[in-house]
Design a protein around this ligand. Structure first.
Ligand code: NAP
Ligand code: G3H
Length: 478
């Protein structure tokens, strides 16, 4: 019988008083791998209350003392690496190798976070610098925690993107209510088991599980939540932004990252980057390349190179480390298939793919995609890539910016001057020159604009987002 995973509140593992649990099905084993608690609103209240009380003492510890707990968390995570990786693989269908990398990346992230916070200092300002020159006033600013942070994470990086909220929150003295994606909650439970083993004081982190559609609004609207760090789809993010209580929000949302390929690009190199950017983990990355805007003079050659690369992609179970794996569920596969069907009905050219076995969609490349097709604009979160042929850089930039999203973009060119002319014109948080779109290294600022989010992530920026400045002013009198 599949294991019933408990939720974590005030240092204890518990079953919900609701007696309700949610079945977690593996996207490729197609069987139940466990059940997680569907907790009640009373239990949400209890978790938030506990976190609120615990935060006061936690904030009193020095950054180094808090860091010592987090260093122990790193040790425990690494000790559980294979178990957690197995759970990530079974729960969200990521290859075992990538799941192991996710745990290692998480350990590095937490370690860097501790180091960064330890080296952050306040600043002082002198009154005399302002017109009028008041020498008797000196301001000292430092950063203080916000209180209780609500960390809501998505399914696709259930451990890394959760730790990317939890570690910066904790190191600066906040407490955390962690709400993992339901498909991802078992991996979330395991990473918190590691934190529990590290001896984190009671209530400093409480893990609440349950469907976002059931407890999500209650969490978001709760008066004792002081900040929300959310990663997930744009529709969910916009909803949260509308209903939350005038508290700071950081939102990492969807994307439609374009790869702009100029006529002077190294096409062999660009094609390899595009394939890895678009198809790894079956395209279930916020930063996946989700459209190619290629100059028409080199489009045939690029398409032929991409086709060759796609034909060598392995397809199947994540247990065998295939590149293309089943999507997270049937609904997602239906959505991707709908985008492909719409494009083919409107006369896109099928270069390769459009084959499906249940929730496994084979890598699909569509050429001659036009702006009346849904795939030109919508985020598939699956292994399908549209090629849009353009006549000029100007047209590529216009199409790139016509998207409602603005996460990242890639520009492939051998002309560095052109690259630096194009990059500032693109409406995106980051522009990669001659490289695939991707988040890491994780201390780089990571920004989504327009429908891709608000606020900045990246270790230092996350720490800043989870604190506020506090000013103490000395008035010198003689
Ligand atoms: P999602 O469906 O929006 O879910 C994200 C999280 O929100 C889950 O924990 C979900 O819980 C929760 N949730 C749902 N409704 C809620 C509500 N009313 N209030 C509070 N929380 C609620 O997204 P997903 O399918 O997990 O992830 C895929 C999407 O995330 C893609 O669009 C991708 O681009 C985006 N993403 C963005 C980034 C980035 O950094 N920009 C990174 C990764 C993913 P349940 O699971 O219980 O529904
Ligand atoms: O899915 C969103 C992740 O933040 C993407 O990270 O670019 O390292 O795959 P990645």
């Amino acid at each position: 019988m599949a294991k019933n995973y408990q939720f974590y509140i005030n240092g204890e593992w518990r079953e919900s008083r609701s007696k309700e649990s949610i079945s977690i099905l593996s996207p490729y084993l197609h069987e139940e791998i466990g059940r997680v608690q569907a907790i009640s609103q009373d239990e949400v209240d209890e978790a938030i209350n506990g976190a609120k009380l615990a935060q006061k003492e936690w904030a009193q510890l020095s950054v180094r003392a808090r860091g010592a707990y987090l260093y122990r968390w790193v040790d425990e995570l690494l000790a559980m690496k294979n178990e957690i990786a197995q759970s990530i693989m079974e729960e969200v269908g990521k290859t075992f190798n990538d799941a192991v990398k996710e745990v290692d990346r998480t350990a590095d992230f937490i370690q860097y976070t501790i180091e960064e916070a330890t080296h952050m200092q306040g600043e002082s300002m002198w009154g005399e610098n302002f017109p009028g020159g008041n020498r008797s006033k000196i301001a000292m600013t430092n950063r203080v925690p916000l209180g209780v942070i609500l960390a809501i994470s998505p399914f696709n990086y259930p451990v890394n993107l959760s730790a990317a909220k939890i570690a910066p929150s904790l190191i600066v003295g906040n407490s955390v209510i962690f709400k993992p994606a339901t498909q991802g909650a078992i991996s979330g439970v395991k990473m918190i088991e590691a934190l529990h083993k590290a001896g984190l004081p009671k209530g400093v982190l409480n893990l609440v599980t349950g469907r976002g559609s059931v407890i999500g609004d209650y969490l978001v609207e709760h008066p004792d939540i002081d900040m929300i760090s959310f990663t997930g789809g744009t529709v969910t993010g916009q909803h949260i932004a509308k209903i939350s209580n005038m508290i700071p929000l950081v939102m990492e949302l969807g994307g439609k990252d374009p790869a702009i390929v100029r006529e002077d690009a190294d096409l062999v190199f660009a094609s390899k980057q595009i394939i890895s950017g678009a198809y790894s983990y079956s395209g279930q990355r916020c930063t996946a390349i989700k459209r190619v805007l290629v100059n028409e003079t080199v489009a045939d050659e690029l398409v032929s190179l991409l086709k060759e690369e796609i034909e060598s992609l392995t397809v199947g179970s994540p247990e065998e480390n295939n590149i293309i794996v089943p999507l997270i569920d049937d609904k997602s596969a239906d959505f991707v298939q709908g985008l492909i069907d719409d494009a083919l009905t409107k006369e896109a050219t099928l270069v390769v793919g459009n084959k499906r076995e249940g929730n496994l969609i084979y890598p699909t490349l569509l050429d001659n995609v036009t702006t009346n097709m849904r795939i030109a604009w919508e985020e598939p979160f699956g292994p399908v890539l549209p090629i849009i042929r353009v006549k000029s850089d100007k047209e590529a930039i216009t199409l790139a910016n016509a998207s409602k999203f603005g996460l990242q973009a890639s520009v492939f060119t051998k002309d560095i001057n052109k690259a630096f002319t194009i990059a500032p014109q693109i409406e995106a948080g980051s522009v990669q020159i001659n490289g695939r779109t991707e988040r890491g290294p994780d201390h780089f600022p990571f920004i989504g604009i327009k429908g891709s989010g608000m606020g900045t992530q990246g270790i230092r920026r996350s720490i800043e987002a989870m604190t506020r400045e506090k000013v103490t002013i000395i008035n010198i009198y003689e």
